[in-house]
Design a protein around this ligand. Structure first.
Ligand SMILES: [Zn+2]
Length: 410
């Protein structure tokens, strides 16, 4: 992709109101445009990253046999009244009345709607187990939206719902999701921990949270550096008795064993093996898809910009052609782009008629894991200069060495 033919509106200065590293780099790097506090448009780079996160999530959910659907964004308030969550979540719901006078809300979550759909079609134990999921925009009327995608009024979530005959079935679905979650966060390049948590407003018995340590995290955990264990409360380490250190973390995923809380209040039943009517035994499983983007940046950056893991980078290689007026250098750049693409890499070719310093600043800010320079060294002795952002290593490679390098990292 030629930089000059794409749309990456980077900013020189830190934008007003950017409250943390990820927020600042997303706005400055041309990933997001702030429509209002807590409400963002995804610019082309931002959309590329969002799609990459979504694809990772989708692949691991599909691997576990979960099936994708999308429910409606507008939901009737009635279904929330049945579970009583219209009052519990009433404050954060964005409510609207249509011209027929129907009371609707923009969904902050989907247990009610999914349960209604499933109870409409699933009548027998023979149709179970069933795990449905969606990757969909959710809405919350946040009084204090903060930190860009971390706490916004509009955000993308992956929410999954399992339906089983009994507790054993639920246990199996729950384990599958725990396993998928670990794989997803690992592939996104996140450092994370899993802790048992309070089910809170979701109800149910057991829940686990996936937390990514980061300075801007809004959840505090207590850490024993001796045992590498995390605890919910400030008491000494339950294993070795050492004092604990406070660690701030970002919640990136949360899974719940709901049991029959929702199926009971929504009268969602099926016929079991002895032909008895039974309530579905449910679990629900959330991942903050857009929030992952912020968490990854909080954990992977330096003072110049983002340092993406290859799995999420909008472009894996930023190829800087130092002098674009040099026709043969430019032609070499395009040929190199083709070679790298054949190796399965995505390449941004910076062909803008800008000072080389500007190109470097933008390359660091945007955060491709590899910066490749076609300049003086190439003109002198056909060497490509490669900089690896994460390790700060620099190499001078000939063509064959460069190809071998990328063959080995991919
Ligand atoms: Zn300990």
């Amino acid at each position: 992709m030629l930089y000059s033919k794409f749309f990456i509106p980077t900013l020189r200065e830190n934008p007003q109101g950017a409250e943390c590293v990820s927020h600042r780099f997303l706005l400055r790097g041309g990933y997001l445009y702030m429509m209002l506090s807590g409400i963002y448009a995804y610019l082309p780079l931002g959309l590329k990253v969002l799609k990459k996160v979504s694809d990772i999530v989708r692949r691991h959910m599909n691997d576990k046999g979960a099936i994708e659907l999308v429910t409606s964004y507008l939901q009737p308030l009635e279904i929330w009244e049945k579970t009583g969550r219209d009052s519990e979540l009433g404050e954060v719901m964005i409510k609207v009345k249509d011209r027929k006078g129907r009371d609707l809300c923009l969904g902050p979550t989907n247990e009610e709607q999914i349960t209604e759909v499933v109870s409409h079609y699933v009548t027998s134990y023979k149709q179970l187990p069933l795990i449905l999921y969606q990757i969909q925009t959710k809405f919350r009327d946040e009084t204090r939206p903060r930190y860009g995608l971390m706490r916004s009024c509009e955000f993308v979530m992956k929410d999954a719902y399992s339906f089983d005959e009994n507790e054993d079935g639920l246990e199996e679905s729950y384990r599958k999701m725990l396993d998928a979650y670990s794989k997803i966060f690992k592939e996104c390049g996140l450092d994370f921990i899993v802790v048992e948590a309070d089910p809170g407003v979701m109800g149910g018995s057991i829940s686990h949270e996936f937390m990514a340590p980061a300075e801007i995290g809004e959840d505090i955990l207590f850490y024993c550096s001796n045992c590498n264990l995390y605890f919910r409360d400030i008491s000494r380490c339950k294993k070795c008795g050492m004092p604990l250190k406070e660690k701030r973390t970002i919640e990136i995923g949360h899974v719940f064993k709901l049991g029959d809380k929702y199926s009971k209040s929504l009268e969602a039943t099926f016929l079991d093996r002895s032909n008895q009517r039974k309530y579905f035994i449910m679990g629900c499983y959330g991942i903050g898809v857009s929030r992952i983007i912020s968490a990854v940046i909080e954990q992977n950056h330096d003072n110049k910009g983002i340092i993406w893991p290859s799995s999420l980078a909008p472009f894996e290689v930023d190829l800087i052609i130092v002098d674009i007026d040099n026709q043969s250098l430019f032609a070499q750049g395009l040929e190199l782009e083709g070679i790298l693409q054949d190796l399965g890499l995505t390449v941004l070719v910076d062909d803008r008629p800008e000072q080389v310093g500007v190109k470097f600043n933008d390359a660091y800010l945007i955060g491709s894991p590899y910066i490749l320079i076609l300049g003086k060294k190439y003109l002198q002795d056909k060497k490509y200069e490669l900089e690896v952002r994460a390790t700060k290593e620099k190499f001078n490679f000939n063509k064959e060495e460069l190809i071998n390098f990328f063959k080995n990292v991919n």
